[in-house]
Ligand binder design. Structure first.
Ligand SMILES: Nc1ncnc2c1ncn2[C@@H]1O[C@H](COP(=O)(O)OP(=O)(O)OP(=O)(O)O)[C@@H](O)[C@H]1O
Ligand SMILES: [Mg+2]
Length: 504
């Protein structure tokens, strides 16, 4: 990429920041960052976990105030006093975590907290107008959804669309999306991409953050790379390629994104027979020691439910579970943990972490559950373990005493992983283990997974990223509507076969 690009692109910028600086206690999140976008452009923003991407967009949307630098909107120097001020200027953001209220309708969510009132009777809500306006927004996005539908009945992709419609409802000129694709599967991505193309056609400027680099080549015109809070390069997507992008992001080249492993696959460790529940239909599988079993499927296919049923987190109506050939009754998570099972959940904020606790405390939680009151870990031991995993997983933090809520999204995800790696389970179920994790750190995680199976442990890996499943699994099962629709060996598996089975 040509460094001079960043200069020429500041021409006619709709939004421009110069010399941006943002500091948190013990962390310099942004240092002298220049960034500008032109109207109608789709700009990808990439970088490792903790590089400063979310911090930058929080400054652009008025969530944070910068400690230095200036911000120009349509050529005019300005400050964005708060999120509302940002929206009123025409800068909207779709955050990675969905912020919708499940029990309200699409229309109610779009106009949440600012209902449209009847002109003649300003104490009355004008439902007709709100319905019309929200239908018009969805039409603008070219998606057919009933605005009266409750959000809880929508798929994740559809919820994402509602978030986008909500962002659009503020007469938005710049739409910033922070990892919008993280919860979508390959098939659903196309819906999001179509919406982005449509917005672009209408002249909306888009800033798109993602760790899935292949997306950037599909939708973005230009890309900006941040590293350690600094601007590394901005250039045209057409002038770069994946390996160059990775090099700019992580500061070294990576020839192989999936490390080879050399273990032997042993005897059957886990046998699940005829699992049945409200979401599972007669699911059976076997897992051998030293094996990584991949689980593919669309959102809602029952993959997470299967994981939770094995782990004793959800009730099941029928089926048996054998560990090393012996039937075990696992009714609760504590049973599972005691029998050597671990589940790294996909929802890090709900199931995985205590955000108000420190990294050290979070990492020790599972271990404490496991030893069950007999011996608590000494603070010194906790500290040693925490430091070990901060290094192993390259968690970006000032230290083990940092509160988890202050870590970047990807680094929080690494703490969830660390927590379960510390627990030393024989069978680990990973639900979307690398969601939101940068390419460099993914590699470190894959190395750890390899280490685990080479030591004779077994892994079930649920993932929506097909390249990851194909790169890491010994075997892949595919689910559709609660059933297993097929099983593929490493040799026979490819993207197309998996997608066909996933579609039922
Ligand atoms: N409120 C905060 N208090 C303290 N530190 C913070 C806070 N918000 C962010 N940071 C730190 O600033 C740095 C940049 O974080 P940021 O969230 O911008 O990263 P990111 O590029 O979005 O990463 P990810 O890909 O993991 O989402 C990180 O080291 C993070 O821990
Ligand atoms: Mg982020």
């Amino acid at each position: 990429m040509d460094m001079s690009m960043s200069m020429s692109m500041s021409r006619e910028a709709i939004l421009q920041v110069k010399g941006m600086r943002k500091e948190f206690p013990g962390v310099l999140a942004l240092e002298n960052v220049d960034f500008s976008v032109q109207q109608g452009e789709v700009r990808a923003l990439v970088g490792e976990n903790g590089a400063g991407k979310s911090t930058l967009i929080k400054i652009l949307t008025g969530v944070y105030q910068p400690d230095g630098g200036e911000l120009l909107f349509k050529g005019r120097k300005t400050t964005i006093a708060g999120p509302l001020a940002g929206q009123q200027m025409g800068i909207s953001v779709v955050h990675q975590e969905l912020n919708l209220i499940e029990d309200l309708s699409i229309c109610e969510n779009i106009f949440l907290g600012r209902p449209l009132l009847k002109k003649a009777f300003p104490h009355l809500i004008d439902w007709q107008l709100m319905n019309r306006e929200s239908s018009a927004l969805l039409e603008r996005l070219k998606v057919a959804l009933d605005v009266g539908e409750k959000v809880k009945n929508l798929s994740v992709a559809q919820k994402q669309i509602v978030e986008i419609a909500k962002a659009l409802s503020y007469n938005c000129e710049i739409m910033i999306m922070d990892e919008p694709s993280a919860t979508l599967t390959e098939n659903e991505l196309q819906v999001l991409f179509d919406v982005i193309f449509e917005l672009k056609r209408q002249g909306v400027t888009i800033v798109y953050i993602s760790h899935r680099l292949e997306e950037i080549f599909k939708i973005a015109d230009t890309v900006t790379v941040l590293r350690d809070g600094r601007h590394i390069v901005t250039g045209k997507v057409a002038d770069t390629d994946r390996s160059e992008l990775i090099r700019s992001m992580v500061g070294r080249s990576m020839d192989n994104e999936y490390p080879k492993r050399s273990g032997v696959i042993g005897d059957t460790l886990l046998e699940v027979s005829h699992f049945t529940s409200s979401r599972l239909k007669d699911v059976s599988l076997q897992l051998k020691s030293g094996e990584i079993l991949g689980v593919a499927g669309l959102v809602g296919a029952g993959r997470t439910e299967l994981a939770r049923a094995i782990f004793g987190a959800d009730r099941k109506d029928g089926g048996t579970l054998l560990l090393r050939g012996k039937e075990e009754k696992i009714h609760a998570v504590s049973d599972a943990v005691r029998k050597g099972l671990g589940l790294v959940p996909e929802e890090r904020k709900n199931d995985g972490l205590v955000l108000g606790m420190t990294l050290r405390e979070n990492i020790s939680l599972t271990k404490i559950e496991k030893v069950e009151n007999s011996v608590l870990l000494s603070p010194a031991k906790e500290l040693k373990l925490s430091n070990e995993y901060i290094q192993k997983l390259r968690i970006i933090t000032p230290g083990p005493e940092q509160l988890v809520k202050n870590l970047s999204g990807g680094n929080q995800q690494k703490v969830v992983l660390a927590k379960w790696l510390v627990a030393d389970s024989d069978i680990l179920i990973f639900d979307e283990p690398t969601r939101g994790i940068d390419v460099g750190a993914k590699y470190e995680i894959y190395l750890l997974l390899n280490e685990l199976v080479q030591a004779g442990k077994s892994i079930i890996m649920i993932s929506s990223e097909l390249p990851e499943l194909l790169g890491m699994s010994d075997r892949i099962i595919v689910m559709h509507e609660g059933k297993i629709t097929g099983e593929l060996s490493r040799e026979e598996a490819d993207q197309e076969k998996i997608m066909n089975l996933a579609a039922g």
